[in-house]
Design a protein around this ligand. Structure first.
Ligand code: AQP
Length: 347
């Protein structure tokens, strides 16, 4: 008898440009996993609203991100590819998860600290700050984001969540919350998921600020390789990547973050080991040239496919995805409602 396939779920925000960190840390794995796992991939448009967005920005971002995922090789025949807001159970379970998540747990989340610091930081003391200044511009949604993320994952009875290293803390919180749901409402209320973080490319750093992760919304553009950057732009960004003055090629993330980042990127693109790769180089110039060439070879076919996907293909994919995702999410939501003890709407 064949074993039941494991379910994989992951999401990405439709904000900003997809960058090399998204690709090496997460999206490349999504493509690989869909061949032997039940795969559910979500464009998390509700999460994107945790930071201010102009009207229309999320629509465009969602269309572009769907096109990008299709270009990377997410095949709607193999995976469920859909938008979070098309499946209303995300918002419903999101609220229920907020009700089992501790305030203290959310306060410990480093992503909230980082993103709220970028908006000027949270003030605990000044009452005037409640309706003006930083506290007014930092949304409650940004704070409770991990509870919605837990709902996204639990709604699909997910076994495995492939993510970059920056999401480790959120997935650990999801596991804690899932265990809490099961002990409060009964074993089997939800499936407790595991994260899967790749060995290479799990934390791609900004080329200009190698102590900061490459990111859609922060950091210099000169330090961020976008998946749609043309070869010349990629060469220039890698050539100008910040290294150090000692001239030695060695993999040492603490002491040599810039050089180690280049070695990690090269290793993730070629399938080699970063420490072994370091032995091949005595100067930064050739390391940079090889890294740029490896990145260009990886991204060029994606760019070609991206340009060939029409708006109508994207819209059709999302429509089918919404239907398939709802078919999985609705019964799980019903099971959770029953376990919690909410009155059924039908007699
Ligand atoms: N630098 C990175 N290295 C490896 N993996 C990364 N991921 C993100 N950055 C890196 C992984 O990409 C997936 C999608 O994450 P996201 O949508 O939160 O993207 P982001 O780039 O991290 O976006 P930001 O910086 O938080 O900005 P906004 O708010 O504008 O979207 C995840 O699996 C993540 O681990």
């Amino acid at each position: 008898m064949s074993e039941q396939r494991q379910r994989v779920f992951s999401g990405i925000q439709p904000s900003g440009s997809t960058h090399l960190g998204n690709y090496l840390g997460a999206l490349r794995n999504w493509e690989r996993l869909q061949h032997n796992m039940d795969s559910v991939y979500c464009i998390v448009d509700l999460h994107a609203l945790t930071l201010p967005k102009a009207p229309g920005e999320v629509v465009e971002g969602t269309m572009n991100m769907t096109r990008m995922l299709m270009a990377i090789g997410i095949d709607p025949a193999l995976s469920i590819l859909f938008t979070q807001s098309h499946v209303h159970q995300h918002a419903e379970l999101g609220w229920l998860m907020q009700c089992v998540t501790g305030y203290g747990e959310l306060r410990r989340m480093t992503q909230f600290k980082d993103k709220s610091d970028r908006l000027g930081g949270v003030s605990e003391s000044d009452a005037d700050e409640a309706t003006s200044g930083n506290n007014a511009s930092i949304s409650a949604g940004l704070f409770t984001y991990p509870a919605l993320q837990a709902a996204d994952i639990l709604l699909y009875d997910t076994d495995v969540v492939p993510v970059g290293d920056d999401q480790r803390q959120h997935i650990e919180l999801t596991r804690d919350l899932a265990n809490r749901m099961n002990s409060r409402y009964g074993e089997g209320t939800v499936v407790v998921p595991d994260h899967q973080i790749p060995a290479a490319g799990a934390r791609v750093m900004n080329l200009q600020y190698p102590e900061q992760k490459m990111s859609k919304s922060v950091g210099s553009d000169a330090g961020t390789i976008n998946v749609l950057d043309d070869p010349k732009a990629i060469e220039k960004k890698v050539r100008r990547a910040v290294t150090d003055n000692d001239g030695e090629v060695r993999f040492d993330v603490q002491e040599k973050p810039g050089v180690s980042n280049l070695l990690s990127i090269l290793a993730a693109c070629t399938g080699d080991d970063p420490e072994k790769l370091a032995e091949k180089y005595t100067q930064y110039g050739p390391l940079k040239a090889d890294t740029a060439a490896a990145v260009i070879a990886e991204l060029t076919p994606i760019q070609e496919r991206y340009r060939a996907i029409s708006d109508s293909d994207v819209a059709a994919t999302l429509a089918v995805g919404a239907e398939k995702a709802t078919a999985v999410a609705a019964p799980v939501m019903q099971r959770i409602r029953t376990a919690i003890g909410l009155v059924s709407p039908t007699p």
